[in-house]
Design a protein around this ligand. Structure first.
Ligand code: NAD
Length: 732
């Protein structure tokens, strides 16, 4: 299979077209790189060729490297994988450097052939690294196109020269938003930022004219010309020094050192800035190898790209149910969640009937969407037309009769079984017989709620996370009687609103909350034992969690935690675990310290609601131990508390697919993304070590850490979760 083809015309221009067969967008793999390299060789050797244009046969240029290849690179690189990976990367570097030098004499910089790239649309990852190695980049005027390096978002950084070239072009400061944040921009913005050279309605015509008229000096990159100085200065230049010191502090402040790729990227930039260009490329390749050798990169690629995409494309959708795209959704309850659900549905072009007890309450829910879009307009992310279009799709009302032609209902009324039961009956009296009814409950078992329904096989849970507009995960819960039609409907709806679904079976707290609660509880329990609250929260932040457990419970509110604890206690009776956590929660609740909303909780707050620090009263009631535990011990308690719950959910059949367990954890509550998710994390530790740690934690802290039977059995056999449960390569 050839990804590239080359033709030569009468003007002496060789045009190399990238067009991967059977794919909607080009992605690079090792074979593709070799094909490109051999075309470049033959064009450079052919005297009749005056210049070269590299372009795409598709509407976009390229999405980047084939991440399947990168995820397996370590495993497929022979007995000495680090050496094999490094050599593979250097093969790419050499091919791109050959393009850049284009046959020039190394001393005089003369005698090269001009090479231009024409980008019809999106150019990301290696799809931008390759153009950056050519002499001039022409992009089509295409506001939908995205230009940039999203690698960091899946635990990588541009490793085929993109890092070194961009930093040498824009300086460390100028390049940082693209390399460290993965910012993607339109061609017009990319031109003003200096990432590409031209934007045109006829990029091919302009590229041809340029190739035919380019002079020898047009081909020499600034870093290959005499007297080159890096914009903003190198690390030992007075201004460069400030940039590098600042960048290091900034990255550490944001990532707490939890993301290996960000650190490796900074090292490649810092070290590369102090040496000649070709040495900088080798340094970049070494750091990239370091990242590929780290199990975190393959775990991140697997969960955050491959499996996330598979779930979005319907990996777990019942195959034999026809398309269930939603036309009209009825959202019942226009509170915090209902308002958000109505908004994201309308934004996806779905007609919405937003119902509340009164017209005023429904209007208030709709106006939430209006305020949200106004903010987006201010940020340049939406337009007045889009606002009009979206709001026109939301019909706010108190009249249930308007639901008579809805094909999906999402109920988001108070978390009260009786209120929900009454709403189910009242709504079912109006809606068509084949309409699916979903509840957004976060704690009530779906099978119980379905008892109020006339059609329990059409009753399902569609559990959003707050804030709905921002959170990408939607947990779909199958009740005991839920049928395939309802599951397909929920999945098709989630796809329409561009979120990522996981499907789980019904059980207390479903999947996400089942794991989040032990995380919060373990944090609170540690405080009651005398562990410093700052150690608890920072240990979590240093694992890459967006917020520590104590801050999280202050945000979600302590009275909610106390309410859930009471309800769970009633439901579980004697099986309820010891009450160390409740003692803290109920005590805080009793003092009116119910979290951020009361400007008092684990933290003290100022009048504006800004956190001032941990509340002193905590220390008085739970004096801190003189000798604080090791950081790793605190981190293991927080990680195992969640990961073991994920394993139990799998063991009990609540979780049906390890991929969903991992993707759901990262998107749902920000579980240490570098690990690839709780199940990947156990695979990285190895099941024998994980089981041994469970035994140690259990004897030190209690039975909640007891090793699940499944993990015990796997540890005895040396199994991994992905090796055993998923048809995917083991993380290496
Ligand atoms: P909320 O109190 O903000 O909103 C509930 C709304 O339902 C109110 O506007 C109320 O007037 C309306 N309502 C009550 N009875 C009604 C009836 N009979 N008919 C029509 N409307 C009625 O609550 P919320 O935070 O939006 O939560 C709603 C649901 O979503 C709950 O089941 C909750 O467990 C679940 N949930 C909440 C979160 C969260 O973070 N808040 C997250 C996931 C799921």
């Amino acid at each position: 299979m050839t990804d590239f083809t080359m033709t030569k015309d009468a003007d002496g221009i060789a045009t190399i077209v990238w067009d991967c067969t059977g794919k909607s967008i080009n992605v690079m793999n090792m074979d593709g790189m070799r094909q490109l390299d051999s075309f470049i060789d033959s064009a450079l050797d052919n005297e009749a060729v005056k210049g070269i244009i590299i372009t795409s046969g598709k509407k976009d240029f390229a999405a980047g490297m084939d991440l399947n290849v990168l995820a397996k690179m370590k495993a497929t690189s022979g007995d000495n994988p680090a050496k094999g990976v490094f050599e593979g990367i250097m093969m790419m570097h050499n091919a791109l450097r050959k393009i850049e030098r284009a046959g020039m004499d190394p001393k005089t910089n003369k005698g090269g052939k001009p090479i231009a790239t024409v980008l019809p649309g999106t150019a990301m990852g290696i799809g931008l690294e390759l153009p950056l190695a050519t002499h001039r980049i022409f992009a089509a005027e295409n506001p939908k196109a995205k230009i940039g390096f999203p690698e960091i978002l899946v635990g990588l950084f541009p490793g085929a020269g993109g890092t070194t070239r961009l930093v040498r072009k824009l300086g460390a400061m100028g390049a940082s938003q693209y390399l460290l944040e993965g910012k993607l921009i339109t061609p017009t913005k990319a031109k003003s930022a200096g990432l590409i050279d031209e934007v045109s309605s006829e990029p091919m015509k302009e590229a041809r004219a340029w190739v035919l008229s380019a002079s020898a000096s047009d081909l020499v990159k600034i870093w290959d010309a005499k007297g080159y100085k890096m914009p903003g200065g190198t690390p030992y230049h007075p201004s460069g020094f400030l940039t590098f010191v600042g960048a290091s502090a900034m990255v550490h402040g944001k990532t707490f050192g939890a993301f290996p790729a960000a650190k490796a990227l900074l090292s490649a930039v810092y070290e590369g800035a102090q040496v000649p260009f070709d040495t900088a490329l080798r340094i970049e390749a070494r750091w990239f190898t370091n990242i590929i050798m780290d199990p975190s990169s393959s775990a991140m690629i697997r969960s955050l790209f491959l499996n996330k995409q598979a779930l979005e494309k319907g990996a777990v959708r019942p195959a034999d149910v026809a398309d269930q795209r939603v036309r009209k959704v009825g959202v019942i309850g226009a509170g915090m969640m209902g308002a958000g659900i109505a908004l994201v549905s309308a934004q996806a072009g779905i007609d919405v009937v937003l119902v509340d007890q009164t017209r005023e309450a429904a209007d208030k829910g709709k106006s939430y969407g209006e305020t949200y879009i106004d903010t987006s307009i201010k940020r340049g992310k939406s337009t007045a037309e889009k606002k009009k279009e979206t709001l026109s799709k939301i019909n706010a009302t108190s009249d249930l009769d308007l639901l008579r032609d809805a094909d999906l209902i999402i109920e988001a009324v108070f978390e009260d079984p009786e209120v929900k039961s009454n709403v189910t009956k009242a709504v079912e009296a109006v809606i068509p017989k084949n309409c699916i009814f979903a509840s957004n409950t976060s704690t009530l078992p779906i099978s119980e709620l379905a008892k109020s329904s006339l059609r329990p096989e059409q009753f399902i849970g569609i559990h959003f996370f707050s804030p709905v507009e921002r959170m990408k995960l939607v947990e779909i819960i199958k009740g005991k009687k839920t049928g395939d039609h309802a599951v397909a409907k929920a999945l098709d709806y989630v796809r329409q609103i561009s979120k990522t679904p996981i499907v789980v079976n019904d059980a207390r707290f479903f999947y996400a909350n089942r794991c989040i609660i032990p995380y919060i509880n373990e944090g609170i329990r540690m405080v009651s034992e005398g562990v410093a609250p700052a150690l608890v929260d920072n240990a979590a932040r240093m694992l890459g969690f967006p917020v520590g457990p104590l801050q999280l419970v202050d945000e979600t509110s302590i009275d909610l935690g106390a309410k859930i604890a009471r309800a769970t206690k009633t439901a579980m009776g004697n099986a309820y675990p010891d009450s160390a956590v409740d003692n803290v929660l109920f005590w805080l609740e009793g003092q009116g310290r119910i979290g951020r909303k009361a400007k008092a909780g684990f933290f003290s707050y100022d009048e504006a609601g800004k956190r001032l620090g941990y509340w002193r009263g905590l220390h008085d009631r739970y004096p801190q131990m003189e000798e604080q535990p090791q950081l790793t011990e605190v981190q293991h308690r927080l990680m195992f508390a969640q990961a073991l719950e994920a394993v139990r959910a799998l063991e009990e059949g609540v979780l049906m697919d390890v991929r969903e367990g991992d993707v759901g954890a990262i998107l749902g509550w920000g579980f240490a993304p570098w690990s690839g998710g709780p199940i990947s994390w156990i695979d990285i530790l190895g099941s024998p070590y994980a089981a041994k740690r469970c035994d140690e934690l259990q004897s030190a802290y209690g039975d909640r850490f007891s090793c699940p039977n499944l993990l015990r059995e796997m540890s005895e056999k040396g199994h991994s979760f992905y090796g055993r449960f998923a048809n995917v390569e083991k993380v290496t």
